[in-house]
Write a new protein. Structure first.
Length: 562
């Protein structure tokens, strides 16, 4: 037995040395139709994202199908390895939604990356990609994260920051949309909650669209709270805020602070290049709308190059603060010459549907540094950089072939099994959730209805994400028993189904023999029950706990229509 174990261990490390996954690495699946007691395979998926994250170990991957997942805390508490990372991914072509049940204290629902042995232990080689993450305390919070990727997520309407990083090194945050994070309702004047807030070394933050957050779009925290401490950090490289690359992002309409802040003297050797800073510090005209420096006078090696700053003057009017390091390098920046000319978003008010792609007249076209060698090789939506020589400034490259949008798809779910009484009605709520593509109308139908049961939908069609109510009514002679019903929603050439069971039971309490009518036969049954000839359960019409003459009188009255 011991020799077998040694062989297995040897094979494991041999696989890792060869750059492969362990032989037993697993691929799991999560779907809205799944069950957490299932096996997690594609044929028997799990129901919650939390289940899959808790199960994964080094080398494992989970694909999450489209649909809405009501989740509590989703916690990564195990690391991957360089050769065998842990990956939480959207199913190809689908865009699942993580909608946290309660983003407030004391549950603090969010995606949490935190070692089981303490906050000061390292966590690494983790990828989170392709999710809409909303209504959490934070969207994603991590402690001492290294060699990991947060990519292509939409983090919005979280009560605090979209991404909150407490210690990190070699983390890539790219191609995310980060907007409307912070306590907009409960504390609208707060400037302490941000789109992204992090500290650590060698962070790369590129190709993100960061807008309409309550505080800064991005806080690079090199303040006293980031100083190395063995009780807080897994190592010195997780502390401070050195060697960052912040490039080709679009910062716009962040409310109570500017697009970005360089905070503290430990912010060293940072490259801030090719970013658009547009109409930030909406509510604070005296604050820099682009880059603010706070306590950064002692920092060194910061370059601010080839960024585009623009404000109409309705909010913050200053491109950059004046408290930067003495050796600050600032060159190639476009400052208030003309707006960046977005497809939709070129005014001093946030549009309902902003689109920060560049139009042909944008002064940001061909004005960026070529950052291909730094690893910036695509834009926010995957267009290759560069297209026409120099890079564009901002999150979008102009002139490339935009990848086709995902085809329309949706998921369908229902409110569960139902019971219907003869002569009565019952409803079931159907939810059509957008999985991918542009939403299109779907219409509803139902099959499997038992004899005497009719159905209608209100509304008869809707556009996902949406709900409809299925109304089921039974006649006095409807067939009794349990039937399997299937609801079908169809539109744009595709259809999805959702099944449940309908149990039809006898009419009112007076139809004791279940023949659909109340007559003398039912009275006779009630008399028998009152005399103890049969069980009295169905004959206790007035529900007083006994079966007697008062129940018989009620039966007779109802039979006579009294």
């Amino acid at each position: 037995m011991k020799s077998t174990s040694k062989c297995l261990v040897a094979l494991f490390f041999a696989a890792l040395a060869a750059g492969g996954k362990p032989a037993w690495a697993a691929t799991y699946y999560v779907a809205t139709t799944g069950n957490d007691t299932a096996s997690g395979t594609s044929a028997a998926p799990w129901r919650t994202v939390a289940k899959s994250v808790n199960a994964m170990v080094a080398g494992d991957t989970t694909y999450v199908r489209g649909g809405v997942y009501a989740e509590g805390v989703i916690r990564f508490n195990k690391s991957g390895t360089q050769a065998a990372p842990i990956k939480l991914l959207n199913y190809p072509g689908e865009f699942p939604i993580i909608d946290f049940v309660n983003g407030q204290a004391p549950t603090f629902d969010r995606i949490l990356i935190q070692h089981v042995s303490g906050d000061n232990r390292a966590m690494g080689w983790i990828t989170i990609e392709g999710f809409e993450i909303r209504d959490g305390y934070n969207g994603i919070k991590y402690h001492n994260l290294h060699d990991s990727v947060i990519r292509r997520n939409w983090l919005h309407d979280n009560g605090q920051s979209g991404i909150l990083g407490i210690g990190s090194t070699r983390v890539l945050i790219t191609q995310n949309r980060v907007n409307h994070n912070g306590p907009f309702v409960t504390d609208p004047n707060s400037n302490q909650t941000h789109g992204i807030y992090a500290h650590g070394s060698a962070l790369t933050i590129t190709n993100n669209v960061i807008y309409d957050n309550l505080g800064y779009g991005l806080q690079q925290n090199g303040s006293s709270t980031s100083v190395y401490s063995s009780t807080k950090h897994a190592g010195p490289e997780f502390a401070g805020a050195a060697n960052w690359i912040v490039a080709n992002n679009t910062f716009a309409y962040n409310k109570n602070r500017g697009g970005m802040v360089v905070w503290g003297a430990l912010c060293t050797n940072a490259r801030i290049e090719n970013n658009i800073f547009y109409e930030n510090s909406v509510s604070r005209s005296a604050s820099p709308q682009g880059i603010e420096f706070v306590g950064a006078g002692g920092s060194t090696g910061i370059t601010v190059r080839n960024n585009h700053f623009y404000t109409s003057g309705s909010g913050g009017t200053i491109a950059m603060g004046s408290n930067g390091p003495a050796d600050l390098v600032s060159s190639g920046n476009i400052i208030n010459v003309s707006p960046p000319a977005f497809v939709n978003g070129g005014s001093n008010a946030l549009p309902a549907s902003p689109d920060f792609r560049l139009t042909a007249q944008s002064p940001a076209i061909n004005k960026g540094l070529n950052l291909y060698a730094a690893g910036v090789r695509t834009d926010f939506i995957g267009v290759a950089r560069p297209q026409t020589g120099p890079f564009e400034i901002g999150a979008y490259e102009y002139g490339g072939t935009i990848p086709p949008p995902p085809s329309f798809d949706f998921a369908l779910s229902n409110g569960g099994n139902k019971t219907l009484t003869r002569g009565g009605s019952v409803t079931n709520s159907l939810t059509a959730s957008l999985v991918s593509g542009t939403a299109q109308a779907v219409s509803f139908s139902v099959s499997g209805l038992p004899s005497g049961v009719t159905a209608s939908f209100s509304p008869s069609s809707c556009t996902p994400a949406c709900t409809t109510t299925l109304n089921l009514s039974a006649s006095a002679s409807a067939a009794l028993g349990t039937a399997g019903l299937t609801v079908t929603a169809a539109g744009a050439g595709i259809s999805r189904t959702s099944a449940f069971t309908l149990t039809t039971q006898a009419g009112n309490a007076t139809d004791l023999n279940g023949d659909g009518i109340t007559n003398v036969a039912d009275v006779q049954i009630a008399v028998n029950q009152a005399s103890g000839a049969v069980t009295c359960a169905a004959g206790d019409v007035n529900k007083d706990g006994v079966c007697n003459v008062s129940d018989i009188q009620l039966v007779i009255n109802k039979a006579l229509g009294l």
